[in-house]
Design a protein around this ligand. Structure first.
Ligand SMILES: [Fe+2]
Ligand SMILES: [Fe+2]
Length: 147
């Protein structure tokens, strides 16, 4: 059976791939591709964060009672910090400014990479454990958000 860990980790890989395509476009000065893939990257990352904040973290907190402190609290705080960079990325895309796009993306990536690692190594496995046989139902809800 597919775990929440596997599914969400694959979504990280997919989103990273879009970011890499956008970065390559920015480096090559292909502003149309930078706009297309940079915009898609933000959309997919926002959706991914919504899956976590609206479905996965609440389920984790309900199961474990870890609401005041715990991994989901830290992950939410990191989402807030990452989201602060989104307007800069959007502005760079709108201005067709590849250098500004690269700077903003570097700032985001420095936060996103360790964040994803913590989720993959700790948050998602703890969630799969906490959900037990109900993990499949929760994953189905997550997939519904993805369509
Ligand atoms: Fe996250
Ligand atoms: Fe994530």
């Amino acid at each position: 059976m597919e775990s929440i860990s596997n599914y969400m980790q694959e979504d990280h890989v997919l989103i990273d791939g879009i970011a890499e395509r956008a970065a390559a476009a920015a480096a090559a000065g292909d502003l149309a591709a930078m706009e297309r893939d940079g915009t898609l990257f933000l959309q997919r990352l926002e959706r991914h964060i919504e899956m976590e904040e609206n479905l996965l973290f609440p389920a984790f907190e309900e199961r474990t009672g870890m609401t005041a402190a715990g991994p989901s609290v830290t992950m939410r705080e990191e989402h807030v910090q990452m989201k602060e960079v989104f307007p800069q990325i959007r502005a760079a895309i709108e201005a067709k400014d590849a250098a500004a796009y690269q700077r903003a993306m570097q700032a985001l990536t420095e936060m996103l990479m360790p964040h994803n690692m913590k989720e993959e190594q700790m948050m998602y496995p703890m969630l799969d454990d906490a959900m037990g046989p109900d993990a499949a139902g929760l994953l189905a809800e997550v997939k519904e958000m993805a369509t």
